[in-house]
Design a protein around this ligand. Structure first.
Ligand code: MN
Length: 747
């Protein structure tokens, strides 16, 4: 058992004094007393412990507290909790001991910290479910996560003494979770340091290379920065602005990412540094006006690059960042980024919102951080979402940079990069998302899958009969949109199953039957459903009509043939117009004799099917092809496959013809073109769904240069139905052409 040496005690006390020096913002003597008490308590508790480096353990909690106090700017409770953060986990003291000495508030924070430790420190990899718990803790008290970040930062700073494999694991976790978390909380400085340190341990060679390059080019860079800043200094001084101007190189990690993503080397990165102007604002003028004023003074000297202005003053980033960024042409024709901030904005930018809380009370419920926490909480509270899915979606939201888009009324919506119209729709309101059919960006129609860019003003077009579609999941990227779509799809199917069940029950009641398992079984076979749910669903969707239910059920009587439609065929295509006699047995195909192919429950096996390549519908000219397995495949006469078969295997071709039954629905697809106009998507869906009562399976509309092009897949009864529809679509103002396209997409 080692005790602390004289020298160590001296060092420990010096470090604690240094911590107190950084607690200048804590003015209450009572709080200072508690901080001292916490130090003594922790020192006592960790007395016999040492870190891997050999130094007394207490050095670690003191360092963490110092980060909490000076780098994040938190108050007394957090400083106390940071001093005590490893006591419960690593010593014999319990949470109750903490409660006894330091009260409930501190205990809650320590409890949260101990729980997080069990997530990260004991498992070999981060468990999704545990991460979710971590975030639940986060939403309880954000201080827990801030102290945890300080803890991680100190561990990263002292990672040298750890064995290599531990270094890699800890660095990996840091870049995977802690750096993005720090970013999300607006702790820019800490985020940058965590990233750089992770790179240092994960990829030491590249880290050192970049570091040396930065050092090597420092003198030249400093000269350039001086040359660039000189006229700005003069100008701002002329205008009596109190400011500080500095040029700082970008972080090693961000240079590394740039080299990686752009596949360039160090020398090719032109924006290695940014010029930062931090000024004391005049309290009588809006900060925004003053930022723009400085920008304008700078552009009197250097030519601006207009498309590179980033105004985070009017609309701060979701993590609270505020500043005005612009790029100007500096000496030697080099583009230079200039960041303009007030001292307050600088404080927030460097230390995050927490620093800001120091000055303002927590009742600022509309702050961006609170909004973010609210979103996290919403996600966490949504039941039935799988933990792995959650972590993926959450991480996606953490990692991607953000875009800012606007509602028609000018409200700003923050979305992750690559978000689409459907994400935007759900961000506005779940109901708008559920009913969305397309979007309008700067007067142009766009499909729901369209990726948004910062600055877009987006209007969502909705239709009352719209419902969330499965395809939406392919391009929705926010967790919120995905979750809502999935939930509604599940809900939707439930509703349609229920509807189908009711329709069937009603129908059976009319013929004095009650649904029992024998009847249902017969119907499942008769209508070729997979199971009971599938039968109900298809009835609910109108794919199965029950007009023939009586016949389907009477399958064993004399008059047993059920025809949804009939196909007649004869051996030669020339004979196609000759309608053959009905033959009531022998499902086996005999090409020599005319035969009616019957579809129904009485068939031992279905002996024909509709070709997927051309999807003919009743009314189309069709031919049949006898396949080796004795089924006849019905192709459209226009189908290239059919043409090929006719020329090469004429002996297996049979002519075929539809009867006029109008019972089933068939999938057809049409393309529509015209001039882009307000509400056109809406008119199209209205015609299809209301006027002609067809079921839309898929609707995609694309626009470019004022024209739109749409592809619609829908269920129709026959060609007459389809032709009517096409005629009506033609009547829509702006529509130039409507065509049936031969191939509908395969199921
Ligand atoms: Mn610790």
């Amino acid at each position: 058992m080692k005790v602390q040496t004289e020298k160590e005690i001296k060092d420990i006390n010096a470090r604690f004094d240094d911590l107190l020096d950084h607690c200048a913002h804590i003015t209450s003597p009572e709080e200072i007393k508690q901080i001292k008490k916490a130090f003594q308590f922790a020192n006592e508790a960790h007395m016999n412990m040492r870190r891997k480096s050999g130094e007394p353990y207490i050095i670690h909690p003191i360092s963490v507290s110092k980060i909490v106090a000076s780098e994040i700017g938190l108050g007394a409770n957090s400083i106390i909790a940071a001093l005590l953060h490893d006591v419960v986990e690593d010593t014999e003291y319990s949470l109750e001991d903490i409660r006894f000495h330091f009260g409930d508030k501190i205990t809650t924070i320590i409890d949260g910290l101990t729980k997080i430790s069990s997530v990260f420190d004991k498992k070999s990899s981060i468990q999704a479910e545990n991460f979710r718990k971590l975030l639940l803790t986060l939403s309880d008290d954000v201080r827990v996560i801030l102290i945890k970040l300080a803890d991680r930062l100190n561990n990263m700073r002292t990672l040298d003494s750890m064995p290599k494999n531990k270094q890699i694991k800890i660095a990996g976790e840091t870049i995977y979770l802690f750096a993005p978390l720090a970013h999300r909380l607006g702790l820019f400085t800490i985020k940058t340091e965590l990233e750089d340190l992770s790179l240092k341990y994960q990829n030491p060679k590249i880290f050192n290379e970049i570091l040396n390059n930065i050092k090597g080019s420092e003198q030249e860079r400093q000269l350039f920065i001086n040359k660039f800043s000189m006229p700005i200094k003069e100008k701002l001084n002329e205008h009596n602005i109190k400011f500080d101007i500095s040029g700082r190189p970008k972080s090693i990690y961000s240079i590394f990412t740039k080299m990686e993503t752009k596949k360039i080397n160090f020398e090719e990165i032109y924006d290695l540094f940014a010029i930062r102007i931090v000024f004391d604002p005049n309290p009588n003028l809006p900060e925004k006006v003053q930022c723009w004023n400085i920008y304008s003074l700078i552009t009197d000297i250097y030519m601006p690059k207009p498309e590179r202005i980033r105004d985070w003053v009017s609309t701060p980033k979701a993590n609270g960042y505020e500043a005005l960024h612009g790029t100007v042409m500096g000496p030697e024709g080099r583009w230079v980024e200039v960041q303009i901030r007030t001292t307050r904005m600088d404080e927030i930018a460097e230390r995050g919102f927490a620093a800001h809380w120091k000055y303002k009370n927590n009742d600022q419920s509309e702050s961006e951080l609170d909004k973010w926490l609210k979103r996290i909480r919403e996600l966490l509270e949504t039941p039935s979402n799988d933990a792995h899915e959650f972590i993926d979606e959450f991480k996606l939201n953490l990692f991607s940079s953000e875009i800012l888009v606007f509602t028609p009324k000018g409200k700003v919506i923050t979305l992750p990069m690559n978000a689409t119209v459907i994400d935007f729709a759900y961000e506005i309101h779940t109901e708008i998302g559920n009913k969305a059919i397309g979007g309008k960006i700067n007067q142009k129609l766009v499909p729901l899958s369209h990726s948004l860019s910062s600055g877009d003003q987006v209007e969502v077009l909705t239709a009352d009969n719209q419902r969330p579609q499965k395809e939406w999941l392919e391009y929705a990227i926010t967790a919120k949109a995905k979750l809502n779509i999935k939930n509604s799809l599940k809900e939707d199917i439930k509703i349609r199953i229920e509807k189908g069940k009711n329709i069937l029950d009603e129908k059976l009641k009319k013929i004095n039957l009650r649904p029992n398992s024998r009847i249902i079984k017969k119907l499942i076979t008769g209508y070729e459903a997979v199971n009971k749910e599938d039968l109900y669903l298809k009835i609910g969707e109108g794919i199965i009509s029950l007009d023939n239910v009586k016949k389907v059920l009477k399958k064993n009587t004399k008059n047993k043939w059920i025809r949804y439609w009939e196909l007649t065929y004869s051996k030669n295509i020339q004979n196609s117009k000759k309608l053959s006699e009905q033959q009531k047995k022998n499902p086996k195909i005999d090409l020599g004799k005319p035969l009616i192919i019957r579809e129904g429950i009485d068939e031992p096996g279905k002996n024909y099917r509709i070709a997927k390549c051309c999807n003919p519908i009743p009314g189309d000219d069709v031919v049949g092809y006898k396949s080796p397995d004795e089924t006849i495949i019905i192709h459209s006469c226009k189908c290239p496959t059919a043409t090929r078969l006719m020329s090469s295997q004429g002996n297996l071709i049979v002519s075929a013809q539809w009867t006029k039954h109008r019972i089933l629905s068939f999938l057809a697809s049409i393309s529509i073109q015209g001039i882009d106009q307000i509400g056109i998507a809406n008119s199209i869906t209205n015609v299809i769904s209301h006027d002609l009562n067809a079921n839309i399976r898929k609707l995609a509309i694309e626009t470019h240069d004022g024209l739109f092009e749409g592809n619609i897949e829908l269920y129709v009864h026959d060609t007459k139905h389809l032709n009517n529809l096409i005629m009506n679509l033609f009547k829509i103002k702006g529509v130039i052409s409507v065509k049936r396209t031969e191939a509908a997409s395969k199921e």
